[in-house]
Ligand binder design. Structure first.
Ligand code: URA
Length: 197
């Protein structure tokens, strides 16, 4: 049995499970369509997200919004959450002990939403979902099947803002996401057609 998003959110209220609770302004739970076909997973809240209590509302989020259109997606159709729910000071990398205490809640969010496609943004989300030590550069641009999910690793939008050479690669990967969505929809329609006939 999976818990509802509201139950998971309530469990996290006032969370003190790791040191990030001492420096955060807000816990950033996740946002979007609770029945999304596509769920995006980022790394951790940045400054804007910490202040606004919502993932991807800063510069990386603005860029993400423009890329979504290439996949034929609107922001309100998807769900977005992060590996960590609280901002690491100075946006440092998540630490193993923080990932360990925080990701059971992300796992529960994935279960509750039950998306068909998981898009992992950057190394931390990709390593967590694919249970790998391999880096994003070698994993992006390909669809990985794990359990019932199609997983598409993509560079983190902040990395692509920093390194403009990644822009065309990001665009290709979001077009690939669009094709993957179409394929999964066609497969679902064929399955449902078989069940009805
Ligand atoms: N970067 C992330 O990984 N997540 C956010 O929510 C914002 C920036």
């Amino acid at each position: 049995m999976s818990r509802s998003l509201d139950d998971i959110r309530a469990d996290l209220a006032g969370c003190r499970r790791c040191v990030l609770s001492e420096t955060r302004t807000n816990l950033v739970f996740g946002v979007g369509n609770p029945h999304a076909e596509v769920m995006f997973i980022g790394e951790a809240p940045g400054r804007q997200e910490d202040l606004g209590a919502e993932p991807f509302i800063g510069a990386a989020g603005q860029y993400l919004n423009t890329l979504l259109a290439l996949a034929g997606l609107k922001r309100e159709e998807i769900y977005i959450a992060n590996v960590l729910k609280c901002r690491p000071p100075e946006n440092r990398d998540p630490r193993p002990e923080e990932i360990e205490v925080c990701t059971p809640f992300l796992r529960e969010q994935v279960k509750a939403i039950a998306p068909e496609i998981l898009v992992t943004l950057g190394n931390f989300a990709t390593r967590f979902i694919l249970k790998t030590d391999r880096g994003i550069t070698g994993l992006r641009g390909q669809v990985h099947i794990t359990g019932r999910f199609s997983v598409l690793p993509i560079f983190h939008p902040a990395a692509a803002i920093y390194d403009r050479n990644k822009g065309p690669i990001m665009e290709d990967d979001f077009r690939l996401l669009g094709r993957l969505i179409t394929k999964r929809r066609e497969e679902r329609a064929a399955r449902e057609g078989r069940i009805q006939s």
